[in-house]
Write a new protein. Structure first.
Ligand code: SF4
Length: 344
């Protein structure tokens, strides 16, 4: 079976080239064609010999995706449903957002998710598999080709738990980072996790300069466990110890995501508990007005409550912002488009 050439980071691709009797610099040439020129065939790699192009064609695939749906919001956010073109024609989602500082893409890391967060559209659909390295990268390349743009920021916040696909995530980041790859600095990459504690330690030890976002959503174990089953395995105290370790190792601020759901975690008592949990920590809180999902149990907080919550945190020394709501008219919350398509 042919392998995706985008599953290899530069060092591995050099080894692949040497194994077929080619010089290692061929890997650098191929890397440039793949990630900087974003070609859709081996034939276009014109500085490689015809013989090498033929051998690449015989042994590898480029792992291109098919765009199944593309929805565009009135605010410019574009949501893609992508067929990864495997045997089962599995689908994933990626979202393109435009900010004043450039284009940001939210990418998926798995086909489905095992975490079962109660507010997430991916919950209730069986987990299928981890995305391969090339499939993580191809989301970026597909959208760059489709929109004829260069993406400057990447957030791992789409379908799946990125730290549950740790090795592929690390290789994908190496390709995204590499000057001969997509050349996007680690500071422009955010990894969002529901809180897989051992992997937070592992990530900290790697000392890559990505931003870590923790999906916290509650400062008490009872509320958090009711929203996120992972809290029963790694309760808040254990998670916070890992966060402190991450900050100590990387000297980087952690972003805590907090989805506000009406009468669930959005009153001033909840804000007080959050202040107590995060005070003195190198942290930022990002409040997310919850994006209601079909048959979901949560509804969005009122604007008044969201503002009160933010002001309470800011007034008590916790830097807090409210995430701009993008793409609500196209169901931009992760998993919704895929779920709808599966039903159809
Ligand atoms: S919110 Fe993220 S981690 Fe939780 S179920 Fe959805 S995709 Fe998985």
């Amino acid at each position: 079976m042919k392998k995706s050439i985008k599953n290899y980071d530069l060092d591995d691709l050099k080894k692949e080239m040497m194994a077929i009797g080619e010089k290692p610099f061929r890997a650098e040439q191929i890397f440039k064609w793949l990630y900087q020129d974003n070609v859709t065939s081996f034939e276009e790699m014109t500085n490689l010999s015809l013989d090498l192009r033929r051998r690449l064609e015989e042994n590898y695939i480029l792992g291109l995706f098919k765009i199944v749906h593309k929805l565009e919001s009135i605010d410019g956010t574009k949501k893609y449903l992508l067929d990864v073109q495997d045997e089962e024609h599995n689908m994933i989602e990626a979202v393109l957002m435009q900010y004043h500082h450039g284009y940001t893409i939210c990418v998926s890391s798995q086909i489905g998710c095992k975490m079962g967060c109660k507010f997430c559209a991916s919950t209730g659909i069986p987990f299928v598999r981890n995305l391969e390295v090339g499939e993580i990268i191809e989301q970026i390349l597909t959208i760059q080709r489709d929109e004829k743009i260069t993406i400057s920021n990447i957030v791992f916040m789409g379908i799946g738990e990125p730290l549950d696909n740790f090795d592929h995530l690390m290789k994908a980041i190496a390709i995204i980072n590499h000057p001969k790859g997509l050349h996007i600095g680690a500071r422009h990459i955010s990894i969002s996790t529901s809180g897989i504690v051992p992997k937070i330690y592992e990530l900290a030890d790697k000392q890559i300069q990505c931003t870590l976002s923790i999906s916290l959503h509650a400062a008490s174990n009872s509320i958090r466990s009711s929203m996120m089953p992972i809290n029963q395995t790694y309760p808040i105290e254990t998670l916070m110890e890992a966060c402190q370790y991450y900050i100590k190792k990387t000297n980087k601020r952690i972003s805590f995501e907090y989805a506000l759901a009406k009468d669930n975690n959005d009153n001033i008592e909840d804000a007080k508990a959050l202040v107590n949990l995060l005070k003195g920590m190198l942290a930022h809180v990002n409040l997310i007005p919850i994006n209601p999902i079909e048959k979901g149990i949560y509804t969005k907080s009122t604007n008044e409550n969201i503002i009160k919550f933010r002001d309470y945190l800011n007034n008590h020394g916790i830097i807090t912002t409210i995430r701009r709501e993008l793409g609500t008219d196209i169901n931009a919350a992760c998993g919704q488009l895929r779920k709808q398509n599966m039903k159809e």
